[in-house]
Write a protein that binds this ligand. Structure first.
Ligand SMILES: [Zn+2]
Length: 426
């Protein structure tokens, strides 16, 4: 069905139900993106992480969309299951300093690799000189037993110094809870192990150099987590080679029931693009077979994509190109192409498309980087790139990465560029 411009306003309103038919139209592509970002980043999906089954709920939704689009299963299944150990915080975390309650997620975060502790603690303030030599360290350890420690360590970007400070901190976590002032904004993550005590990262504005006592309640749960990659295939005109499009759907989840990490840009945006592309290629048969994979476990260390790369559910040698999509919600300053130096032909093709169309502010090359799900495939010799958008909001791995403030500035131009790139693969 051909859709005329005059139908667009109606289409935008109804796009939630007709995304398979009109996905090329900017309004329909964007409405579909908005719907998926809103859905995946909503509190009902619990940050697509490790409490309240968030990631599993997201997997079911994406699988249902693959079914609806008519994508074929792989190995007779919509899912590729795997499991791994993860540290979680199912219960509320609480911290007050000198009787003043700090707001979780805004004033402080519990480090993802934290252990548990509950109660009142006197605070010992420690400086680098208290830890610098084995003798001083031994003296310090003699006075910290049963107390919490506030670390006053120098800000540094030096990798060796950072590693040393991290070792000192890990050591202290064997003795009691540790408070540390955040160097930049509060940024969370996922850990697959837990220290014996909690590490609390305090926002600069909430840090108090002369605090004397804290009340603390942190209960971690280190457990085995079952997760699923979600996949679907679109048959091409030639099945000799395969184009793979990937995007991780997992995010950080929740820190207790009160603090949500919505993960709108990271990576509801990329999943929405994958779904828009899947919709497009179910209508317009691609040249090569196209495999769409929504990965789990990315934030825990590329666990889903690593498993996929060793599981060998498809022939890695037949992959023409793997395109990984992660952080596609902005675009004011164009896109970055990771692994551009190794995939020079692909990068040149993207630049040529953009020179001809002028859609994107820039197509910026970057060398190899093991920072998203393309990496396990690159390590196995699969031609792969990773694309993310530049500019716009700075929310990242924090409570501010929300659907309502995600601009999707150049989303449709990125979509068209990806279609052009895939259609142009020789
Ligand atoms: Zn991501």
């Amino acid at each position: 069905m051909y859709i005329t411009r005059s139908l667009l306003p109606t289409l935008a309103a109804a796009a939630a139900f007709v995304s398979t038919l009109q996905a090329q139209e900017p309004a329909a592509v964007l409405a579909n993106a908005r719907r998926w970002v809103d859905t995946l980043a909503s509190p009902a999906l619990h940050g697509r992480g490790y409490v309240q089954g968030g990631d599993s709920l997201a997997a079911d939704l994406i699988a249902a969309e693959f079914d609806r689009l008519g994508l074929l299963p792989v190995r007779n299944s919509r899912f590729e299951p795997f499991s791994f150990t993860v540290n979680t915080f199912p219960d509320s975390v609480k911290l007050s300093v000198d009787g003043r309650a700090l707001r979780p997620g805004i004033d402080f975060l519990v480090d993802p690799g934290s252990g548990s502790a509950t109660g009142r603690y006197d605070l010992v303030h420690l400086r680098l000189e208290d830890l610098a030599t084995p003798e001083r360290r031994a003296m310090t350890m003699g006075v910290v037993t049963g107390k919490a420690m506030a670390l006053h360590l120098p800000d540094t970007r030096n990798a060796d110094t950072l590693a040393l400070l991290r070792d000192l901190q890990d050591d202290l976590l064997h003795h009691g809870p540790v408070l540390r002032r955040a160097t930049g904004k509060l940024t969370w993550g996922v850990a697959r192990q837990a220290a014996p005590h909690p590490l609390l990262e305090i926002a600069q504005e909430a840090w108090n150099d002369s605090a004397t006592t804290i009340h603390l309640r942190v209960a971690n749960r280190l457990r085995n987590h079952h997760a699923r990659n979600v996949w679907g295939l679109v048959k091409g005109r030639s099945s000799r080679q395969l184009v793979v499009v990937t995007a991780h759907y997992d995010h950080l989840g929740r820190m207790g029931p009160d603090v949500l990490f919505p993960g709108a840009n990271d990576n509801a945006s990329g999943v929405s693009m994958l779904l828009n592309l899947a919709a497009h290629y179910t209508r317009e048969r691609p040249r090569y077979d196209m495999l769409f994979i929504a990965f789990a476990g990315e934030e825990a260390g590329l666990v889903g994509s690593r498993w996929c790369a060793v599981d060998r559910a498809f022939d890695l040698g037949a992959v023409k190109l793997l395109i990984n999509l992660d952080l596609l919600g902005t675009g004011e300053e164009g896109i970055t192409v990771v692994n551009a130096t190794a995939q020079k032909d692909v990068f040149d093709a993207l630049v040529a498309i953009n020179t001809a169309t002028g859609r994107l502010a820039q197509v910026k090359p970057r060398g190899p980087a093991c920072n998203s799900d393309h990496c396990p495939f690159v390590e196995r010799g699969v031609p792969a790139i990773f694309i993310y958008t530049l500019g716009g909001i700075a929310a990242y791995h924090d409570v501010m990465d929300r659907a309502g403030t995600l601009p999707l500035t150049d989303y449709h131009d990125v979509y068209l560029t990806l279609v052009d790139l895939i259609n142009g693969l020789k």
